[in-house]
Design a protein around this ligand. Structure first.
Ligand code: ADP
Ligand code: MG
Length: 371
């Protein structure tokens, strides 16, 4: 168990892979600062190529760092060999050795470190029931299902009580149901071993349900670091707002209109007006453009007497308990999620209402949150 600190961490690959012609940020990881408390469970989230795996590989010592410091416990580990960092790893492509039994696969790193047989057996006997693989120990990896392999992988990571556990998309090869099972197991395991853990995932439900804090990255840079509630309720910029939440937040360009003593937002490309909440008034002025964000669950269809704008339903989707309704706005859609029992149909004209207190206002140029 240990605290982890990443201080001004940079990684620049000399021959960075990437899409040709795309505007390239030369840094795979760009001035990353992150502190994880002892025993905390941290999730790193972000689009493919944003630097998640590179970050974990640097922490593990499998990748040289270009600049910065990595501190585990009280020790700067920059110059410490991977095997001496006290880290357990379960990486997506960290294959098991086919000729060895599950037992020998788990024992492998301990044997390499000359741990004696008795201790190895004690360790495996302790770990195997936690991951429910006690019955598999004599089998060869080839005979295991995907989920079993991933659990063996996890067992290999946590033997000998690592100070730090790093999981890179540990459930990426599993189907929905097995993912949920293993997700619960990872949570239970973390409660039991209380080891500082970092999980990389592209599945935000997974992150939201497992972790104490989420770090959201984009183009090698940390965008926001906070509890799942903080990043969901208070995204610091348009990127985080659009990235966290399913279906994603509606984010639209609006123009501010003044009407007597109040302000309204007029959507670009649509005759939709949304009253601005009073707390925005100090920063609003007539004609100003901004980006307005609202979650689909904070948009409603108004009843009789509603002052909302008239809009036509473009798409109606029945998702079981919830219905998803989309309205065309310029090139895109504004969507809402409702549990309303009423049967709406495509083409219906309805009143659109927005819980304006729940909106987020972003700078039209920088995407940074204004309010
Ligand atoms: P993620 O895990 O978030 O998908 P990665 O850390 O794998 O992202 O990659 C970050 C960036 O670094 C990407 O642009 C990727 O193409 C590049 N990259 C990753 N590994 C290498 C490598 N070994 N050599 C060159 N470029 C790499
Ligand atoms: Mg990756």
């Amino acid at each position: 168990m240990a605290k982890l600190i990443l201080k001004n961490l940079y990684k620049r690959y000399e021959n960075k892979k990437g899409k040709k012609g795309a505007a390239q940020n030369p840094y795979a990881v760009n001035n990353l600062n992150l502190e994880c408390e002892d025993g905390e469970f941290i999730g790193i989230l972000g689009p493919s190529g944003c630097g998640k795996t590179t970050t974990l590989r640097m922490i593990a010592g499998l990748e040289d760092i270009t600049d910065g410091e990595i501190i585990i416990g009280d020790t700067v580990v920059n110059k410490i060999q991977p095997q001496d960092r006290g880290i357990g790893l379960a990486f997506e492509d960290y294959a098991l050795y086919p000729p060895l039994s599950v037992y020998e696969n788990i024992a492998f790193n301990m044997r390499a470190r000359k741990v004696n047989d008795e201790v190895i057996k004690e360790e495996i006997d302790r770990i195997a029931p936690l991951l429910k693989i006690d019955d598999l120990l004599q089998m060869k990896p080839g005979k295991l299902s995907g989920g079993q392999k991933q659990r063996v992988n996890m067992a290999r990571a946590i033997v000998r009580k690592p100070k730090l556990l790093l999981l890179d998309e540990p459930m990426s090869h599993l189907d929905g149901k097995m993912r949920q099972v293993l997700r619960t197991e990872i949570k239970r395991l973390h409660n039991e071993i209380q080891c500082t853990t970092i999980i990389v995932t592209h599945d935000q439900m997974e992150a939201m349900s497992l972790v104490d804090k989420i770090a959201i990255m984009k183009d090698g840079e940390l965008q926001q670091y906070g509890t799942p509630f903080e990043v969901y309720d208070n995204p610091v910029n348009e990127f985080v707002a659009g990235f966290i939440g399913e279906p994603p937040m509606n984010i639209m360009t609006v123009e501010v209109q003044k009407k007597e003593d109040s302000f309204l937002f007029k959507l670009q490309d649509a005759d939709i007006l949304i009253p601005a909440p009073e707390r925005y008034y100090p920063v609003l002025r007539e004609g100003m453009q901004a980006r307005l964000g609202v979650r689909p669950s904070d948009v409603m269809i108004g009843g009789t007497g509603s002052k909302g704008s008239d809009v036509k339903i473009s798409v109606f989707e029945n998702l079981g308990d919830e219905k998803k309704i989309s309205f065309r706005v310029g090139e895109g859609f504004l969507t809402l999620i409702t549990t309303d029992e009423k049967r709406y149909r495509q083409g219906d004209i309805v009143k659109l209402e927005v819980k304006s207190e729940k909106t987020h206002l972003f700078d039209v140029n920088t995407g940074e949150k204004i309010l």
